[in-house]
Design a protein around this ligand. Sequence first.
Ligand code: ATP
Length: 323
Amino acid sequence: MKKVAIFTSGGDAPGMNACIRAAVRGAIYHNVEIYGIYRGYDGMIEGDFEKLESRSVSNIIQKGGTILKSARSMEFKTPEGRKKAYEQLSKEGIEGIIAIGGDGTFTGAKIFFEEYGIPTVGAPGTIDNDLYGTDYTIGFDTAVNTALEAIDKIRDTADSHNRLFFIEVMGRDSGYIAIRSGIGGGAELVMVPETETSINEVISTLQEGWNRKKTSSIVVVAEGDEEGNAMEIAEKVKKQVHMKDIKVSILGHIQRGGTPSAQDRILASQLGLAALEGLLEGQKNVMVGIVNNEIVYTSFEDCISKTKELNQNLIRMVKILSV
Ligand code: ATP
């Protein structure tokens, strides 16, 4: 394999640049030409390619976002769109692809591989950490740290005013950011999509705390919780609890940005290089990940269809530590 391409797709995540840098420098080390595809699958369809050199990725390891830009492409979901993408890649002589993204990106990559057979290796780039086949995804650690910093700040005001705060963090289908930032931030309760927590349980947990003379309380809510978003949950609680100062804070997109943490930069560098070297060694239709400190390649099929279980011990720990 002498010519490969790399792109980022779906939601951006801090550390994607470090991953691109590692793949590019790895390609140069192995005497392979590497092209950057701009704006994910949209750029692939339009032939928005640029040859990357060692200096193209200078000074980006510490930057959030992605120098290759990202997009959500409707056209790639159609057979016609994918045909155009294949024609662009063939025209450029691309023999292998590195896709950095989440489960949507890998669903697209799997379909594309089945149709056209260009070897593709994925690298997990999503703040949600919801991908089977890797203990951690690129961007997750930074997002947790960002959420944690916000929780610490909110705790100051919660404490000064005897307030109850519901803090919503990202995680439509997964409670990873919520559980880790909640534990790190000393939350009274964490509500995640993986386990059901009824409004009555929320109230009884808070009540127990107040009975023990707690003056402020923090509940971290993953945006995809069964009981609704933080605003809806706060409204339900307000109906039953006679407490004036119930506040909601939605952290939103700040969790996606910012300079990547040391852990994310290192993880992204390991995965970027392993994606490139895996591709050169014949890996295809797989995502590279790190499980128990080992580089592993897991089929796109498994990454997309299998669920990475949230550690129930962490949920239990929140309950024990919040007394
Ligand atoms: P994140 O987890 O951060 O949201 P993601 O990779 O899951 O990242 P998506 O927007 O779901 O983000 O997917 C990225 C892109 O992958 C889509 O915009 C689309 O172009 C492509 N894609 C997703 N699903 C399919 C599919 N079924 N067929 C073809 N392409 C798809």
